[in-house]
Ligand binder design. Structure first.
Ligand code: C2E
Ligand code: CA
Ligand code: CA
Length: 396
C-alpha cells in the first residue's frame, strides 16, 4: 500500500489535480492526486488530514464515496468540490454530516485558488476543522434580503482609480454595501452569494446600475470630466441575452455614455461563461468596456483570454499585497502586466496599500492603481470631499 498522504484529492479532472498538487507542494503539504475510487481508497489512511472530493465523477459519484468514508469512520476533514449548483453541494454537505463526517468547506468550480489555500492554511495551522463557514457568516434570514431590496437598503461606496503615470483620478469603482437597520454596514462578502442563490441577482444588478448611474455624475464637478464608472457584474446576469440592451437603455436614461462604463467580471466567472461570448461581444459593440477582475486567481485561461473583448485586466490584490516579500507573487504581477500589455489591455492593480507597492508597480509599467494608499471605498459625499482634497494637494 502506498504511504498515506496528508491531503488526498479525488477528481477525474486532470487540471484540478495539477492545481491542487501544485498548491499543496508550495505549502509543503504532501498530497496524493487520485482519479478513481480504487486509487483513492488505497491512499486513505490514519495520517490523512484533508480529503478534497469532487462530487461528480464518471465511475462513482462523490455521494457514494461519502457513504463509504462514513462506514470507515473516517476522521479526515473533507472539502467538497463541484461545478454544479451550490445547493447540491450544500445538500451533499448535510448528507456527509449525517454519516458522521466533518466537512470544513466547499468549492464551487472554477474556484479561486486562494480560497482553497485559505482552507488548507486554516486546517493545518490549528489541525482542527477550519472555523466553519457558517460561523463566519452573519445570520441573515432570506426574508431580510428580499426586504432589503424592496426598501433599497443596498447602497454604493466608491473607490477612486488612479493612473500611475499621471496621478490623475480616471474613474471610480462602485462597491455595494448593505445599510442594515440592525447590523449596521454589511460588506458584500456577506450578501452577494446569498443574493445569487436566492435568484435575486438580476434585481440587485439593475438596482445597483441605476443607483450608480444616478450618483456618478456628481463626481465630474471636480475633474471637469466624467469619471469612468466601474461596476461589478455577476456572471449570472450576463447569461441574459437582453442584458446589453437593458443596460444600454439605462445608460441612455441617465445620459451617461456607454464608453465610460466598465463592467468588471471576475476571471473565474468568465471561465464559466466562456461558451457565451456573444453577450460580451454585444456589450463591446455597444461601446461598454469590459474588465477582467481578480485576475490570476482562477484557472489559467490564456487561450480564452485572447477571445474576450476586454480592455482591462485587474491584478488580484492577493498578489499585490505579498509581491514585496514573495517572489512567486511578484512574478505573477510582472507576467500579468506583460501579458495584459501584449493583448493591448490596460493593467490595473488593486489592493495597493503602501508606497513601496506603488513604486514596484510603477517600475513594472502597471497602468492603474486602486487601494487604501489612496482611499477606501467611500459614500458619495465623502468621495466628493476626497476628490477635492486630492486635487488641491496635486495642484500645490
Ligand atoms: P472586488 O471587485 O475585487 O473589489 C475589491 C475589494 O477590495 C473591495 O472589497 C474593496 O473595498 C477592497 N479593497 C480595495 N482596496 C483595498 C486595499 O488597499 N486593501 C484591501 N485589503 N482591500 C482593498 P468589498 O467592497 O468588500 O467587495 C468585495 C467583493 O464583492 C468585490 O471584490 C466584488 O467582487 C463584490 N462586489 C462588491 N459590490 C458588488 C456589486 O455591486 N455587484 C456584484 N456582483 N459584486 C459586488
Ligand atoms: Ca471589482
Ligand atoms: Ca478584484
Amino acid at each position: 500500500m502506498p504511504p498515506a498522504d496528508r491531503i488526498v484529492l479525488i477528481d477525474d479532472d486532470r487540471v484540478v489535480g495539477e492545481i491542487v498538487s501544485g498548491l499543496a507542494n508550495s505549502m509543503g503539504l504532501p498530497c496524493s492526486v487520485t482519479r478513481t475510487p480504487d486509487e483513492f481508497f488505497s491512499h486513505i489512511g490514519p495520517e490523512t488530514s484533508v480529503i478534497i472530493l469532487d462530487l461528480v465523477m464518471p465511475e462513482m459519484d462523490g455521494i457514494e464515496i461519502l457513504r463509504l468514508l462514513g462506514e470507515r469512520n473516517c476522521k479526515a476533514h473533507i472539502i467538497l468540490m463541484s461545478g454544479i449548483n451550490i445547493r447540491v453541494i450544500e445538500t451533499a454537505k448535510k448528507l456527509a454530516q449525517s454519516h458522521g463526517l466533518t466537512v470544513i468547506g466547499h468549492l464551487q468550480k472554477p474556484f479561486p485558488i486562494p480560497q482553497l489555500q485559505q482552507m488548507l492554511t486554516a486546517n493545518f495551522a490549528a489541525d482542527k476543522p477550519a472555523a466553519s463557514e457558517k460561523e463566519q457568516e452573519l445570520e441573515i434570514p432570506d426574508e431580510d434580503l428580499y426586504g432589503a431590496l424592496e426598501r433599497k437598503e443596498f447602497v454604493l461606496y466608491y473607490q477612486p482609480q488612479i493612473n500611475i503615470a499621471t496621478g490623475v483620478v480616471t474613474g471610480v469603482e462602485a462597491l455595494s454595501r448593505w445599510n442594515h437597520p440592525k447590523l449596521g454596514l454589511v460588506f458584500p462578502d456577506h450578501f452577494i452569494s446569498r443574493i445569487e442563490s436566492l435568484g435575486l441577482m438580476d434585481n440587485f444588478c439593475w438596482a445597483t446600475a441605476e443607483r450608480a448611474l444616478d450618483e456618478v455624475k456628481q463626481f465630474s464637478v471636480v475633474n471637469g470630466h466624467l469619471p469612468r464608472l466601474a461596476i461589478n457584474v455577476s456572471v449570472s446576469s450576463l447569461r441574459d441575452l437582453k442584458f446589453p440592451d437593458i443596460f444600454m437603455n439605462l445608460a441612455r436614461k441617465y445620459d451617461f455614455p456607454a464608453e465610460r462604463i466598465v463592467l468588471e467580471i471576475t476571471e473565474s466567472g468568465l471561465m464559466e461563461f466562456s461558451l457565451a461570448l456573444d453577450v460580451l461581444t454585444r456589450l463591446r459593440m455597444r461601446n461598454f468596456q469590459l474588465s477582467i477582475d481578480d485576475f490570476g486567481t482562477g484557472y489559467s485561461m490564456l487561450k480564452q483570454l485572447q477571445n474576450v473583448p476586454a480592455i482591462e485586466l485587474k491584478i488580484d490584490k492577493t498578489f499585490v499585497q505579498h509581491m514585496h516579500v514573495n517572489h512567486a507573487d511578484l512574478v505573477m504581477v510582472e507576467k500579468i502586466i506583460e501579458m495584459g500589455h501584449e493583448l493591448e489591455m490596460e493593467v490595473t492593480a488593486e489592493g495597493v496599500e503602501t508606497e513601496e507597492q506603488l513604486k514596484m508597480l510603477r517600475e513594472r509599467g502597471c497602468d492603474g492603481v486602486q487601494g487604501y494608499l489612496f482611499s477606501r471605498a467611500l459614500p458619495p459625499a465623502e468621495l466628493l470631499q476626497w476628490l477635492e482634497n486630492y486635487r488641491a494637494q496635486r495642484l500645490n
